[in-house]
Design a binder for this molecule. Structure first.
Ligand code: ASP
Length: 336
């Protein structure tokens, strides 16, 4: 009787193993990992250098779920926050180049931060092996719902009259939100009080709660609160309106054509990561970007999935090389 119970228990264990290990192997995506035995053989950490719930975190969680399926190892998001995303990014730069620590960087961590931190501990174009661009996304000028202005001109007039009382939320020096609103503030010649958060997830909470006045952030963080009208937007810093928020005027339509910012997110590994591993990771990201589970939510929230020719490691290296001087120039410009 005892052996029968044990055998039945073992049978259940075998069934669980079959269901959790073998079955996913049979049904999951392309055999990205099969060509290179050995990698990945354990979970991969994808560092998000900002808080949970913000745009970088949302993008990371979308792609990590699909990468987990195709790589057949968990891709685990770890939020390592602080200093505008530069702390988590530095950790990735200093990690072993074994393919098990990656970072989802962005226009801030891998471009703007260089112009703002004289002693930044990493060089975006030297200390990383670029893996793949994941998304491009417009940036919007957002305000708390009760902010007493209904368009950009009124926003400017109100701020000019109340400079000492206005605050702007951001995700730390060097972040997309910081760099974008720094550009905006330069253009408008205004000098509000900055309120740093460890990501624009919590910054958005504060905006919704009316604790801060305005913020510049990626569209992915803005679409849902705009739809539910718990915040408002004065402009999108792009040449065209965005179908995800068609009611928001372009910066040019709102009267500030120079306010043009494009944010992007991309996966990076530490430098000296083996080319073969970079290729495996790139294939996993590229595969993820083509899955409806990623495409539908990403595009629904206004993110733009790059076309295939922009998803290569080489294209990402070229993007970083172009963004570094651009942001150094943009953030050093004198006040108008
Ligand atoms: N959007 C943020 C930034 O300003 C970061 C985040 O929470 O994703 O860089």
């Amino acid at each position: 009787m005892l052996w029968f119970a044990q055998a039945a228990a073992l049978g259940r264990v075998a069934a669980v193993i079959a269901a959790t290990v073998v079955f996913p192997l049979l049904v999951s995506g392309p055999a990205v990992a099969q060509q290179t035995p050995g990698y990945p053989s354990r979970p991969i950490t994808l560092i998000v250098p900002f808080a949970k719930g913000g745009p970088t975190d949302v993008v990371a969680r979308l792609i990590s779920a699909e990468m987990t399926k195709s790589l057949r190892q968990p891709v685990v998001v770890e939020n390592v926050t602080g200093a505008g995303g530069t702390i988590g990014t530095l950790r990735a730069a200093q990690a072993l180049p074994d393919g098990y620590t990656l970072v989802l960087g962005h226009m801030g961590t891998h471009a703007a931060a260089v112009a703002l931190y004289p002693k930044l501990g990493y060089r975006p174009d030297v200390d990383f092996a670029p893996v793949a661009l994941v998304a491009r996304m417009p940036v919007l000028l957002l305000a708390r719902r009760g902010f007493p202005a209904s368009n950009l001109a009124e926003f400017l007039a109100y701020i000019r009259g109340h400079q000492d009382r206005i605050n702007v939320a951001h995700a730390g020096i060097g972040s997309v939100s910081y760099a974008s609103c720094m550009l905006l503030n330069h253009l408008l010649d205004i000098n509000p009080t900055g309120v740093p958060f460890n990501g624009t997830g919590p910054a958005m909470d504060a905006l919704v709660a009316g604790q801060v006045d305005y913020m510049c952030d990626q569209i992915v963080n803005a679409v849902l609160p705009l739809r539910t009208e718990v915040i408002k937007a004065y402009a999108i810093a792009s040449a065209d309106r965005d179908p995800a928020v068609p009611e928001v005027p372009t910066a040019a339509e709102a009267g500030l054509p120079q306010f043009q910012v494009e944010a992007w997110n991309a996966v990076f590994a530490p430098k000296n990561t083996a080319t073969e591993i970079v290729h495996i990771l790139n294939a996993a990201v590229v595969h993820a970007l083509d899955q409806p589970e990623v495409r539908a939510p990403m595009t629904g929230l206004g993110g733009v999935i790059p076309p295939p020719d922009q998803r290569t490691p080489g294209a990402l290296a070229a993007l970083v090389a172009a963004e570094l001087p651009k942001w150094r120039q943009m953030l050093k410009r004198p006040l108008p």
